[in-house]
Design a protein around this ligand. Structure first.
Ligand code: GLU
Length: 936
């Protein structure tokens, strides 16, 4: 690691020196310093000046996030954020800021919110030809040629407000302000209103009065329409006062000019039915923008910065942050046209210099030709600025703000009639005019008979599909027919393949949308009854009950591994035991040599028990003793002295515990491992950092987590929402595949879990269900079929038909019998035995090698003594060893003692001297042998 680091540093320094050598200017840097400066020089600094006093830290994070996004896209342009915090009251300091940031190499600026300071910036940008981006709502964009703004100005917002008033016929209204500062915002409304005969009178809430007293006063003056231009943080209080004064019925309308209305907490009063309208430039009609915004929110939250918003809406950011995001992306696009950016692009300009930055006007020209699908909708630029501004008209409904129309600066206001009343066709259900039944493919509810075919779009004939739903529909139809009026139906698959979810703007997807847009008479599927759905469509009586459960990988032992046996002890313990055995062996040998009791007189060689004593604990025997004890096997040698016995005793004590531990662990390897799953409930799942979890992105499970008030589910949803790559899936098939292939838990309905686990042995349900849900058949509101089908369903439940169908479709083709006894452990057992065999075989091979070594070593030794050739010794020893039928006695193998019995002891010598009767030699340790040979 250290070597790699040193090498890296050397390379860096060397590369830096090479670059330094090429410097043309007189200033000299060290190698690594130059390297860093060279890198710095390649980045375009984006400056933002923020007010010290205001809590504008979210904007800081929004800039960091966007810069990271752009740099990550690797478009060849590398941005670096630059922040300056100023006290706007300190006029001198504020006016110096622009020059300071320019001197620091900032070439592209975001104008500060404070108009006075922004004017200083604008003047400097204009003089030095540096591009400036404006992200604040102003009276009008600065006229300078270097100011770039995609934010609608107060005139645009004024036009939108006036168009809404004209549309709804509000001719007389009161405008409410916090103080005189907001007058610039309302000026265009007054001016433009006047040209359409709309009178707008301005009222301030002064320091002594409250919104309540002001509203009370305005009510007494007969005002029914109010244009509210108050601070965003006061909106909650304002609507609360409206409710207190009972000024929320249909008589009153409130049009809010603040475009950050998404950030106001209106939940408390949404149920009272207040007629509240507002505008927002944010486009949340697709899935992408809320996702991008929540990524920005999460980025900031991870760095301890939250939006100063009462609504806690993780998918919406302040308009300024969204405009900043889009502006910077546009700049990046414009700079792409410059690639590669010329060297002078990075050379700083200075406020005192007479020369201008040579790129400002060109960048502005490029900017006026680029476009983007941004957080503030589709942006197309033209030389005079943004081609058109689009504002979403929002209305507060029972379940929050909903998008009821679009205002466009070119085309005006367009309010969609989203739920037009539809007359019911009385003929529907006949052969000529069959009921349109929309459904979704999901086994075992509805499946293609030929599964190899790609799922079709649109209409599908009954002969191509089968499943629980077809059986149910036919039974229901037959039952209704028996009472006089059956129905014919035509089946088609929902085009977006979604069950149905309501987005932020109040629009529905999937089967709900098909019913709402009058393309379906019945929505049949595992279609969950929810309050939100019930508020726009009807449901029949439920035909099945389920709950949200967790699908995860089925617990399985680790892949068959012959070395599973080794896992019974940790590597450290194995190693420690090995070292301890060797240490005890050596200690015993040393202690044994010192202890007189271990030396005993022996009759050996010629049978004279004279001065010779034998110590049985030589090194080899000592090691053997330690080894036998470790294996809990008996040993034919035992210590005699107190010291050696003490050592032996403590060693036995240790081995007793070690083997107990080994046996216990072995048992757990055999059993527990098979059973283990990383979590057993949703609470445990949440705590797991490495297991991701998700669900279908368009169903009631999503809605359940999204709307949950229970802290743990809320936390789960936030985590899922912030996950990248996304943990939401388009279909159950995709979810189940992810479960089998990665550390991913899938939240799905128990009916489906039950079906899947019987067919896919790799997955299983963990824990119970989190809630109870019911499936019904969806119908348009007031459909004549709702009642009749409900009756049929109740009848089919009572006579157990539905239970039979369930049994039939769920159990049919089930392959996965989860029998704990028949699987796992036995497999692990055999694997472990295999491991033990492997150790046995290994030992055998090593023993063979050792015997060859011993054999050759002995022959070499003897050859030296006998002055015979190694080859002769080997042949003789081999011949003797191979004589299996001969007596088990033989001549001594090694020459040990000149005085003992025979003079020559090696086989070669023995044969040379034709000695026939030999007695085996006692086993002596090397020291003894030496003393023998020394004395005799
Ligand atoms: N049954 C659900 C619905 O009706 C779809 C499945 C899910 O969300 O897990 O939306």
């Amino acid at each position: 690691m250290f070597v790699v680091f040193v090498n890296f540093f050397i390379v860096l320094t060397f590369a830096g020196r090479q670059l330094a050598a090429q410097q043309t200017n007189s200033q000299r840097y060290s190698g690594s310093e130059y390297f860093l400066r060279a890198y710095e020089a390649q980045t375009v600094k984006i400056g933002i000046t923020l007010d010290k006093k205001k809590e504008s830290r979210f904007l800081e994070k929004a800039l960091e996030f966007t810069v990271q996004q752009i740099n990550g896209q690797n478009q060849g342009v590398h941005f670096k954020p630059y922040f300056i915090y100023i006290d706007t009251e300190d006029v001198l300091e504020a006016s110096r800021t622009v020059c300071k940031s320019i001197a620091d190499g900032v070439t592209i600026q975001f104008l500060p919110e404070d108009t006075a300071v922004a004017t200083d910036f604008q003047t400097a940008c204009d003089r030095l030809d540096l591009p400036c981006m404006d992200i604040s709502l102003r009276d009008s964009s600065f006229p300078a040629s270097t100011i770039f703004s995609i934010e609608p100005d107060v005139h645009i917002v004024g036009s939108a407000v006036v168009d809404v008033m004209r549309h709804f016929g509000y001719n007389r209204s009161a405008a409410i302000l916090d103080g005189s500062a907001g007058i610039t915002q309302l000026d265009p409304v007054i001016v433009q209103g006047r040209s359409h005969n709309i009178s707008v009178t301005i009222f301030y809430r002064n320091e002594e009065s409250t919104y309540r007293t002001l509203l009370f006063h305005l009510r007494s003056l007969g005002f029914r329409t109010f244009v509210v231009a108050i601070d965003q943080t006061n909106i909650g209080l304002f609507v609360q006062n409206v409710a207190e004064l009972n000024m929320h019925d249909n008589l009153y309308t409130y049009i809010f000019s603040d475009m950050d209305i998404w950030l106001s907490d209106l939940n408390q009063i949404s149920h009272i039915g207040i007629n509240l309208l507002a505008f927002s430039p944010l486009d949340v009609t697709n899935h992408v923008n809320p996702m991008k915004m929540s990524q920005m929110v999460n980025y900031a939250a991870a760095r301890g910065v939250t939006i100063d918003s009462a609504a806690h809406n993780a998918e919406i950011v302040p308009v300024q942050a969204a405009v900043l995001h889009d502006s910077l992306h546009l700049i990046a696009k414009a700079l792409e046209s410059f690639r590669p950016l010329p060297r002078e692009f990075y050379s700083p300009v200075s406020c005192s210099a007479a020369s201008r930055w040579p790129f400002g006007s060109s960048i502005m020209n490029y900017l006026n030709t680029v476009g983007l699908d941004g957080l503030t909708g589709t942006i197309t630029m033209q030389p005079s600025g943004r081609y058109q501004h689009t504002l979403r008209l929002l209305k507060l409904e029972r379940n929050g703000l909903s998008d009821i129309g679009v205002w466009n600066s070119k085309t005006g206001l367009n309010i969609a009639d989203r739920n037009p009343a539809k007359p019911f066709k009385t003929t529907a259900g006949t052969e000529d005019d069959p009921l349109r039944v929309v459904s979704i493919l999901q086994a075992p509810f509805l499946m293609l008979k030929d599964e190899s075919k790609a799922p079709p779009y649109g209409e599908i004939t009954e002969k191509d599909v089968h499943g629980f739903l077809i059986s149910l529909l036919n039974r229901v139809s037959r039952l209704i027919a028996s009472e006089g009026k059956g129905f014919k139906y035509k089946l088609y698959l929902v085009p977006d393949r979604e069950f149905g979810l309501r987005d932020k703007t109040g629009n529905w997807s999937g089967m709900v949308k098909e019913i709402l847009e009058d393309r379906a008479d019945l929505a049949v599927g595992p279609f969950t009854l929810t309050a939100q759905r019930e508020s726009v469509i009807s449901f029949t009586k439920p035909f099945m009950t389920a709950g949200i459960g967790i699908l995860y990988q089925a617990p399985r032992g680790s892949a068959p591994n012959l070395f599973a046996l080794m896992r019974s002890l940790s590597v450290n313990l194995w190693f420690a035991s090995l070292v301890a055995t060797a240490a005890i062996g050596v200690s015993l040998w040393i202690i044994g040599r010192f202890s007189p009791l271990e030396w005993s007189n022996e009759h050996f060689c010629t049978g004279f028990a004279t001065t010779w004593a034998v110590n049985v604990f030589n090194l080899r025997n000592s090691l053997w003793f330690a080894m036998c004890s470790l294996m809990m096997q008996g040993c034919d040698i035992n210590p005699r002295a107190v010291s050696t016995r003490l050592l032996g005793g403590v060693w036995w004590f240790y081995t007793m515990f070690l083997s107990a531990h080994f046996i216990a662990k072995l048992a757990s390897v055999l059993t527990v491992e098979k059973m283990s799953v990383p979590f057993s409930s949703v609470d445990e799942l949440v705590k797991h950092q490495e297991i991701r979890y998700g669900m279908l992105n368009h169903g009631s499970t999503f809605e359940f987590f999204q709307d949950s008030k229970i802290p743990i589910y809320k936390e789960m949803f936030e985590k899922m929402n912030a996950s990248f790559p996304s943990v939401f899936v388009d279909s159950y098939d995709e979810g189940v595949k992810r479960v089998a292939s990665e550390k991913y838990a899938f939240l799905m309905e128990s009916t489906e879990i039950e079906y899947r686990v019987q067919r896919n042995c790799d997955v299983t349900q963990i824990g119970g269900t989190l809630n109870t849900i019911q499936y019904g058949i969806g119908t348009p509101k007031n459909s004549p079929w709702t009642e009749q089908i409900s009756m049929a369903i109740l009848y089919l439940i009572e006579n157990s038909t539905i239970a039979e169908l369930r049994e039939q479709w769920w159990k049919r083709g089930s392959v996965c019998v989860k029998d704990e006894k028949s699987t796992g452990p036995s497999a692990i057992n055999s694997t472990l035995v295999g491991g033990a065999f492997l150790i046995l075989a290994g030992g055998l091979v090593i023993a063979m090698i050792m015997v060859v070594v011993e054999f050759v070593w002995n022959a070499l030794h003897n050859a030296k003594i006998d002055k015979a050739s190694l080859w002769t010794e080997l042949v003789l020893e081999l011949r003797h060893a191979l004589r299996f039928t001969a007596s088990s006695t033989r001549p001594v193998l090694q020459k040990q003692c000149r005085t003992c019995g025979v003079e020559t002891h090696s086989l070669a010598a023995a044969q040379m001297h034709e000695h026939k009767d030999y007695t085996p030699m006692l086993f002596l340790d090397a020291a003894t042998r030496h003393s023998h040979t020394g004395k005799h």
